[in-house]
Design a protein around this ligand. Sequence first.
Ligand code: IMP
Length: 194
Amino acid sequence: MLSLLFATNNQHKLREVREIMGNDFRILGLKDINFDSEIPETSETLSGNAAQKALFIYEKTSMDCFADDTGLEVDALQGRPGVYSARYAGEGCRFDDNIEKILRELNGIENRKARFCCVVCLIIDGKEHLFEGGVNGVITKERKGKDGFGYDPVFLPDGHHQTFAEMPAYLKNGISHRGRALFKMLRFLKEVDK
Ligand code: IMP
């Protein structure tokens, strides 16, 4: 069975990724290998950050690995927070501070269209491969639901009546930005394994 190291300390993300990748792969998180150095994330693009994180981990461990980077693009905010989604409310802020800021900025604005974009960078046998996924939706006027992480309580994907934080994990994973990027990676891994 192929083992892949996923460059994250976010246990929610790790759980999602394990569910999406299924039983054909062994997915390790950074905690599993006691890796606790800070991972640099200084690019101005999602693909740049995903590649930077994956390369950093590869150089330190020599393991087949992958990293992802996600941005939430809000139309009425000219695409913000985008690549700065993690620290939108400032360095060291919590998920809820970011949500608070978005809700404040969209207060009274009717156009609430937004999308999550995700880039996954896989490094296998020393070579880099990029996979992208996205999902369109709207930012709700208030938080709904307790599951998930990040902006999930205020993201309502198009065609659904539950936010990402209200829906069961299998439903979020089936339509999410990360799910879509990882399904492409899965197809690629199954192709090269033939
Ligand atoms: P990163 O890719 O972990 O750097 O994520 C950037 C920001 O987007 C962080 O604030 C995350 O919490 C948020 N984010 C990433 N993926 C998701 C998701 O699936 N749902 C909600 N927020 C997310």
